[in-house]
Design a protein around this ligand. Sequence first.
Ligand code: FCB
Length: 457
Amino acid sequence: MTVGLRFPDGFVWGAATAAYQIEGAARDDGRGPSIWDTFSRTPGKVHAGHTGDVACDHYHRYPDDVRLMGDLDLRAYRFSISWPRVRPDGTGPVNPRGLDFYDRLVDELIGRGIDPIVTLYHWDLPQSLEDRGGWTSRDTASWFAEYAAATYARLGDRISTWTTLNEPWCSAYLGYASGVHAPGRQDPAAAFAAVHHLLLGHGLAARALRAAGAEKVGITLNPAAVLPADPESAADAEAVRVVDGLSNRIFFDPILAGGYPPDVLEHMRRFTDLAFIQDGDEKAIAAAIDLLGVNYYAPTYVAGRPGAPGGGLAHPGTEGILFLPAAGPVTDMGWQIEPAGLTALLERIGRDYPTTPLYITENGAAFDDKAGPDGQVADADRIAYLDGHLRAVHTAIERGVDVRGYLVWSLMDNFEWAEGYRKRFGIIHVDYQTQRRTLKDSALWYRDVIGRNGLPT
Ligand code: FCB
């Protein structure tokens, strides 16, 4: 077989999903409600009132889904564990039936030679914890670590890679500042408290997992590839500093460099007295990690423009900064398609935080797929997106960045949060009426990529 671009030997190829987006079975086996159950039932919050009640019914169909993963030759599968299945009230007794599901799933994966990569928190906070303050409450961080330990106790013997949080930027800023995600609050001070307690929860959980014997522990972020509208402009460079601080360094530095950067603390102080940061917290957050998950979809271009409104509620304190609208080709989400943004982002992380191996834990695209009569989806646009971004990853590796794996978002079409089921990210098509799965052309293409450990020229 002729191979054009080859990836390093042992490069991990996989696909990703998240519990609330695919499992369904929202009331089965003792699962408690999460903030997404509540939010999706709140009128006007999710497109067309869609909920995750049934989703892809993966909870019942997981053996078939794992068989499809095997057909695609996936080497790894990143999925999340639902906290409200494991501890329905967030703090109370562990629900063994909830853990049973993941036990079966993990056995099925291992039986097919697929490495499970766990995310402990992909946004489905138990509702009872939100009722007690959610991520604005310090207690949530400790409860998260307890839940992590309980989950490890049951599954740790078979899972080597444990990640704590998925995209705390979204949990904090979309959940508590802009309110477009659950729990739907709009309070910048609450969002900064949430950032801190998410980070603390990560640190405490990482420590608990490591103490219990976890082999590899990490976290997944969605760092923004922030770029200046005009690379020559000092005002645009300043805009980049601010947005990079709020989106990236606020997470990177406490996790990987020992504490919050002074300019970010100063920015937060415009909204809060920072009383939530207690002695010892930064040390706890800086618990050693073995891998950093990077999720990338699109770049963010900014410019310094006096009078510009800023990036909206999700970017508190960015007045005077223009967030440029997407230019050029976009996906069905309206997100700009720019693979070079991924190379730039990886190079930056590799330069500023050089010691942590990176995995692309999510990358992919929604397109308005049209299934043919046999369910077939000719998604050349998705193939082009994935091909371009894999080349971008390869370029970063050639330039010396330590990227160890790539997980496409998503294995299958699923509940795309506030967008409901109308946005399709899967490489497997899901017919939500029948739950029939069909491999899209992109899935077959991806199987070939995995088989050759690379791309054709
Ligand atoms: C990421 C989420 C994931 C999915 C993709 C499109 O922010 O982690 O669940 O919604 O975006």
